[in-house]
Ligand binder design. Structure first.
Ligand code: GLN
Length: 431
């Protein structure tokens, strides 16, 4: 640690949560505009930063997600610059003078031979500055012949003007900062094809090893009461529970006076820096797996996402792993310098570093069976290992979730409402 080289970065980051339905792009764009207008008005009167530096939209933010075939998706695919989603993002960037990240279905060329699930990064001036293609695909992408990102996970620089101050020299003029940034689209956070060993934590380890400081995740992540392909595959069993699950989705929405597609236009605008998410441990009886209380986050998912970033979480037990000789075989086998956060040189590679993560997840229901989890949120992995251990449980197994003090929960939207969350965040980088 060389404190003289530390820079304190101040950013204001927003995540948008939408419930887009296939075939209703114009309707979704209208609602999104309404939401953004309300957000802009509120932003000007809020207690805190009156500007935003970055707005993140979900995976397939405007088109809907659950496409059944190649023919089904083709009318919604475009080359990046021809994509209505990209054009929409350009307007958002100009409206807020900020970066906009948006998920959309991409065709590599106009012939529409090769298709990707992509996210475009648009500068405050409306220029395309990066295009990321999803690397790890979900079952749904198989339906329409999506290709994997041939470059796999990628990191890239994102420049924020006058957003840094040198630590120890706080009276100085703010300086430009170039953040080491990456994008993970939903399944990128999961084990490859759900077949790789869970503990490989591929995406998190990539970010750790590349020293990424800003992780942006556009998502269409499912709620646990959704019906999935796995359910349909088990359907030949006599004791399948698909009809029960479908009926449950219908009932739960009906009991809240909502149509089968879920809530739209009943916006949740959360601009309150003090409205931090309460930490609820996995397995707690307060956690609730039911799809109700739509303006509260689904903590089962929040905990799971944080578990997927295990290399970024402080764990006492890692000291024991570091002592294991067999670890070097794993580094070699996986061809990477760290495993579950432990590297050759350090028991916890992330110690004393900071990384920000933004999840923009969609909400609502598609096709009556696919239920999304919403709960978009903003987090800081603070790299701290200096907690007062007397005050914390010493049992690491109880800290593999939102209760781990090395992750700070700035806030989350609810599981089922369209909306925007914005937070003023502060973190340190080394240069
Ligand atoms: N693992 C994610 C899920 O189960 C994948 C969904 C996606 O890639 N959109 O919801």
């Amino acid at each position: 640690m060389k404190p003289a080289n530390k820079i304190l970065v101040d950013l204001s980051i927003a995540a948008v949560q939408l419930n887009p339905q296939i075939g209703k792009v114009n309707e979704t764009i209208s609602r999104a505009k309404m939401l953004l207008n309300q957000f802009k008005a509120k932003l000007e009167t809020r207690d805190g930063n009156k500007n935003v530096d970055m707005i993140v939209f979900p995976e397939f933010a405007l088109t809907g997600y659950n496409f059944m075939s190649r023919d089904h998706i083709l009318p919604y695919t475009h080359t990046t610059k021809e994509s209505p989603s990209f054009k929409f993002a350009q307007n958002v960037s100009k409206m807020f003078n900020c970066y906009t990240i948006i998920g959309y279905p991409e065709s590599e060329t106009e012939s529409k031979k090769i298709l990707f699930n992509s996210a475009a990064v648009v500068s405050p001036q409306g220029e395309l500055i990066f295009n990321y293609r999803k690397s790890f695909l979900y079952f749904t992408e198989d339906n329409w012949g999506c290709s994997e990102n041939p470059k796999q996970f990628q990191n890239f620089p994102l420049i924020f003007k006058k957003k840094g101050r040198r630590v120890g020299n706080m009276n100085n003029e703010p300086i430009d900062v170039e953040l080491n940034t990456s994008i993970g689209i939903c399944m990128d956070l999961s084990p490859y094809k759900f077949e790789a060993p869970f503990n490989d934590c591929e995406f998190a380890s990539f970010n750790l090893d590349k020293r990424v400081e800003l992780i942006i995740c556009p998502m269409a992540w499912l709620h646990s009461s959704s019906v999935t392909k796995q359910d349909y595959e088990l359907d030949n069993d006599s004791n399948n529970d698909i009809p029960k699950k479908l009926k449950n989705i219908e009932n739960v929405l009906e009991s809240q006076g909502l149509p089968i597609i879920g809530s739209q236009s009943d916006f949740q605008l959360d601009l309150d820096n003090n409205n931090k998410t309460a930490r609820i441990p996995t397995g707690s009886s307060d956690i609730g797996h039911t799809y109700n209380e739509l303006s509260k986050p689904d903590m089962t998912n929040v905990n799971y996402w944080l578990l997927r970033f295990l290399p970024f979480l402080q764990l006492n037990v890692r000291k024991n792993w570091a002592a294991r000789k067999s670890l070097s075989n794993i580094f070699e086998e996986l061809n990477r310098p760290s495993y579950m956060g432990t590297s050759k040189n350090k028991y916890w590679e992330f110690a004393n570093r900071n990384t920000i993560m933004v999840n923009a997840n969609r909400c609502g229901v598609e096709g009556g069976d696919t239920l999304f989890a919403g709960s978009s949120g903003i987090y800081k992995f603070n790299g701290r290992e200096d907690f007062d251990m007397e005050e914390l449980t010493k049992d690491d197994n109880k800290r593999l979730d939102s209760t781990n003090p090395s992750v700070e929960l700035y806030g989350n939207l609810g599981k089922g409402k369209e909306g925007i969350i914005v937070r003023d965040i502060q973190f340190e980088i080394e240069r």
